[in-house]
Design a binder for this molecule. Structure first.
Ligand code: NAD
Length: 453
């Protein structure tokens, strides 16, 4: 590992990656490779956990293509030095900010959206002019192997290199010195990454998880809320970091919500026969999810087929914050529904927990909306929708507190792999004597005059 990182550092030090034309060529090359291999990308992800081509395109490749397109379109603007104003004290200097790449970066991906979560940060890192070592998740082994093949066969290892593996390989990688680490995964592993990075003062972006609430107030458009929520929750069989983890619904409409949610699930036909319903990633997660199910609280669903890694979309009723299902991020197709009495009590409860990655508010009441947005700190979210905010690359995507630090997508992604170097550029034809010894009352008066203090 040491040698691979050293080789990338040597290549970075040639300054080749700083050239905007070079970066643009690499982005275009990556796009062509993905396009040429789309079918293979669909095939392996289907083998890994039955994710359909439709879902893989809409929830993975489309986001990568979008980031690629935006980076290619705006690279010149994002990557060029910008003039800023200069204070009077420095007259007649110029001031500018030069965006410069950070250097050798490490991108560690998660398995649930293996293409998007691994390649979108890579797009941002390339656009910003870095070299990258990429470590996809070992849990989606087909997609990891294919990404390794496509990148390692088409790019120079001194520039882009995929290293496959699990905990031991990642630990070895984290022992190396990087200029940036971009990690997507659990809060628990995020802490390990942060500690390893701290040893070298390496900046990190941590895209982590948590329990994202969805509020449903008594005045909302309930049918629409249910439709959008059920889609968002059971997309990827609930294995989505920004999936609504649990529902907080006003007690006056809790029963109606459950009835409509059940009808919506039946309409969408998330059965084993439905080829569009994704599998749970592995047996360990099936067992973990099974343990979160309290049979007494199942309103609908609950069927589990371990051999098929299938868990039926499940609605839980009368859930309390003390239940097992509320003690960890669910990351599966189980939706607990908690009825609240006052909005304030519901908000206070959410605020007593770790800061969520997302928060969703289904309401037609402007004051409820304002109250929630003002009171709860969360990474990102939506009003009267769920999950869809990730598709707008103008919105920085990232968590806060336990759900992460830093953000990416679009220009925010470019910024997260860039250092903005500030330069004051002064000619030599004029030098005011004010700052030099001897310090006199006269000079101080003039300095104050210049600084307008
Ligand atoms: P994970 O933390 O188990 O694994 C993520 C990566 O870390 C993998 O590449 C894995 O190989 C590596 N890893 C695992 N254990 C490690 C260790 N002890 N030391 C060093 N590296 C280690 O997470 P996961 O199961 O792949 O993904 C699920 C979690 O990720 C959920 O919490 C989910 O919310 C979160 N997630 C967040 C986002 C986001 O954008 N914020 C996106 C997807 C998933």
């Amino acid at each position: 590992m040491y040698q691979i990182v050293m080789n990338q550092r040597q290549f970075f030090n040639t300054h080749t990656t700083k050239n905007l034309v070079f970066r643009l060529e690499q982005l275009k090359k990556l796009e062509q490779i993905i396009k040429a291999n789309e079918q293979a990308l669909y095939d392996v992800i289907y083998k890994d956990f039955k994710k359909s081509a439709f879902e893989t395109f809409t929830s993975e490749l489309a986001l990568v293509y979008h980031d690629l397109k935006e980076a290619c379109q705006h690279l010149k603007t994002w990557g060029s030095a910008k003039r800023v104003g200069t204070n009077f004290l420095n007259f007649p200097a110029k001031s500018y900010i030069i965006p410069e790449p950070l250097g050798v970066c490490l991108v560690i991906g998660a398995w649930n959206y293996p293409y998007q979560l691994t390649l979108a940060p890579v797009v941002a890192a390339i656009a910003a002019g870095n070299t990258v070592i990429i470590k996809p998740s070992e849990l989606s082994k087909g997609t990891s192997a294919l990404m390794a093949k496509l990148i390692n066969e088409n790019f120079d290892a001194n520039y882009l290199k995929v290293i496959e593996g699990g905990v031991s390989e990642t630990t070895e990688l984290l022992n190396q010195k990087f200029d940036k680490i971009f990690f997507t995964g659990s809060t628990q592993v995020g802490k390990i990454v942060y500690q390893a990075a701290a040893k070298n003062l390496t900046p990190v972006t941590l895209e982590l998880g948590g329990k994202s609430p969805a509020f449903i107030t008594e005045d909302c458009h309930l049918k629409m809320a249910v439709k959008r929520l059920i889609w968002a929750k059971f997309l990827n069989a609930g294995q989505t970091c920004i999936a609504p983890d649990y529902i907080l619904v006003h007690q006056s409409i809790a029963k109606e919500f459950l009835t409509l949610a059940k009808a919506e699930i039946l309409k969408e036909q998330f059965s084993l026969k439905n080829d569009n319903y994704v599998q749970i990633i592995n047996d360990r997660n099936v067992t973990r999810l099974k343990q979160l199910l309290d049979p007494k609280k199942i309103f609908f669903g609950g069927k589990i087929e371990v051999e098929n890694r299938y868990i039926e979309p499940t609605l839980l009723q009368n859930v309390t914050f003390e239940d097992a299902v509320m003690q960890e991020e669910i990351f599966g197709p189980i939706l607990p529904v908690i009825a609240y009495d006052t909005l304030k009590n519901a908000i206070d409860k959410v605020n007593s927990l770790a800061k969520p990655l997302s928060c969703y508010v289904f309401t037609n009441n402007q004051s409820y909306k304002k109250e929630i947005l003002n009171a709860i700190s969360f990474g990102g979210g939506a009003i009267n929708d769920a999950v869809m905010h990730i598709t707008n690359t103008k919105l920085p995507f990232g968590g806060v507190g336990s759900s992460g630090m830093g953000a990416y997508h679009g220009e925010t992604g470019f910024k997260c792999f860039t250092h903005y170097k500030s330069v004051l550029d002064k000619p030599t034809w004029l030098e005011l004597p004010l700052k030099y010894y001897p310090h006199t009352a006269f000079k101080l008066k003039w300095i104050k005059q210049f600084m307008k203090f």
